[in-house]
Design a protein around this ligand. Structure first.
Ligand SMILES: *Cc1c(COP(=O)(O)O)cnc(C)c1O
Ligand code: SF4
Length: 481
């Protein structure tokens, strides 16, 4: 089925002008009972945050009190980074078959393994196969799917847009600075698997360590590029910077006159909120930079990364309240992943729970074309469908934009803004008039979301080239007519 233009419904809803109905429009076959059931489906469960000593279910943590468990030193020293360590922590909680499956998964992975005890304690180990936290951090061989044939390691082409190592300047007024290449944990779906973490069997990475010299090169570039008003400090993850480095980086950016705002990007609050409570030096450094920003009328924000409502606990709330007290703006970016958050209920709950903590849901990213995690990707159609069911649950400013980052450096595009989308071949075509005028960018749905006929076509190099050429050609023809 070929859908042209944007957002056109496939079947027109039947207009029903019923003065007694609140909605006015009903879809064929949908009765009043279902309509009211939908309204009742929104409850206050987004306020029910996990509390108590849930970690005691894990054999290795059963003897720990809250003070020991909720200490960032305990958390970072006891991260699970190998299969033997996982066995030691979980013991008989999971089967031998599960451990064998993990072993097979690790052999196929491009990311290093690193999971905090906190995350381990949030997994429901009675159903690890389908657990949304397990899926994001621990690969299983049995779930592995072959990469899409059009996939490249640095799919966003960040390295091509880098005037100095570890600094990507793609959007006129914004720069992305990769300050370091390590993280408190490693996520399977990481877009920067070309750089982040240790080298793995399949990948020799480009490393961007913390080096005074490299940082100075990046600062110099920002200083001599007056168009830059906004800097994204990412990585890796600034959670792994020392307090002095956090402060040096922040103050240096605030000192540059044309820099009006910047963001620290960190997954920390989602995977190790303890640091925000038990590392006062580090938190003080962040607060000092926020306060300095305010004195200069500049914005210092934190961009974090929650993907599932279960990752937000009572402890998260406590940790975030410290940042809120200093008036820090906190926003969230989510990656849409199959089996994790690719259904409307989960995404609604996530968005409402983030809003409840006054973390602004900023973006939901369609999963990038990253190596080794094809099983996690979803189709463009899924993103569009979920967006439709999330808009309306809360205030408009607390709703995320659903976007995809085009392959080849076209930048982020709203999922609805495709020029062309063939759901049969899974090929969508985007343009990016501001970032790359005149160019077209392709995105490919994962093969598992396509029918058997299309999958067969993709496995043949000739028909593959043909499908792509056709998608681009059709688009040009459409533009002429
Ligand atoms: C995402 C991104 C930014 C920031 O974009 P926003 O839409 O402002 O969040 C800047 N530079 C690069 C290279 C990016 O990928
Ligand atoms: S924390 Fe961020 S940069 Fe680090 S592995 Fe996860 S997604 Fe990648």
């Amino acid at each position: 089925m070929r859908v042209e233009g944007t957002g056109r419904p496939l079947a027109a809803p039947e207009e029903v002008h019923d003065p007694g109905s609140l909605t006015g429009t009903r879809f064929p076959g949908q009765g009043c009972a279902e309509t009211s059931a939908l309204a009742a489906a929104l409850d206050e469960s987004h306020r029910d945050l996990l509390d108590g000593e849930y970690w005691r279910r894990i054999p290795a943590y059963a003897g720990l009190g809250a003070d020991e468990f909720h200490d960032h030193r305990f958390q970072s020293r006891n991260c699970v980074s190998s299969l033997p360590k996982l066995r030691q922590v979980l013991g008989g909680l999971v089967s031998e078959a599960f451990y064998a499956d993990v072993e097979a998964g690790l052999r196929l992975s491009t990311m290093s393994l690193r999971i905090s005890p906190y995350l381990i304690s949030l997994v429901d180990w009675s159903t690890p196969d389908v657990d949304p936290v397990r899926i994001q951090f621990l690969p299983l061989g049995s779930r592995h799917e072959a990469d899409h044939p059009e996939l490249a390691l640095d799919s966003l082409n960040e390295q091509a847009d880098s005037p100095v190592p570890g600094l990507t300047h793609r959007y006129h007024d914004r720069a992305l600075f990769l300050a370091l290449d390590t993280c408190p944990v490693y996520c399977r779906f990481c877009t920067r698997s070309y750089s982040v973490g240790l080298d793995t069997a399949g990948v020799d990475k480009v490393h961007f360590g913390v080096s005074r010299e490299r940082w100075e090169q990046a600062f110099d570039y920002i200083r001599r590029t007056p168009g830059i008003e906004d800097v994204v400090v990412s990585g890796g993850d600034m959670y792994n910077l020392k307090a002095e480095q956090v402060e040096l980086l922040g103050r240096t950016l605030l000192d540059i006159e044309h820099v009006r705002r910047f963001r620290y990007a960190t997954k920390g609050p989602a995977v190790m909120p303890q640091k925000l409570v038990t590392d006062p030096d580090w938190v003080r450094a962040v607060h000092a930079v926020v306060a300095e920003g305010r004195r200069r009328h500049k914005e210092v924000a934190l961009h974090t990364h929650f993907n599932h409502p279960r990752e937000i606990t009572a402890f998260t709330r406590r940790a975030m309240e410290g940042l809120m007290a200093e008036g820090m703006v906190v926003r969230n970016q989510t990656v849409l992943q199959r089996g994790v958050n690719d259904d409307a209920d989960t995404m609604q709950l996530l968005v409402r729970r983030l809003g409840y903590l006054n973390i602004h849901p900023y973006y939901v990213f369609l999963h990038d074309m990253v190596r080794g995690v094809e099983e996690l990707r979803t189709s463009l159609r899924t993103a569009i469908d979920i967006e439709k069911q999330v808009r309306g649950v809360t205030a408009g400013f607390n709703l995320p934009a659903f976007v995809l980052d085009t392959m080849g450096g076209g930048g982020k595009r709203d999922v609805h803004s495709y020029e062309r989308y063939d759901q049969e071949t899974g090929i969508s075509v985007f343009t990016s008039p501001v970032v790359r005028p005149g160019q077209r960018f392709l995105f490919f749905d994962p093969l598992h979301s396509l029918g058997p006929k299309a999958r067969a076509l993709w496995s043949d190099p000739d028909s593959r080239a043909c499908m792509i050429a056709e998608a681009l050609q059709d688009q040009a023809a459409g533009a002429r007519s």
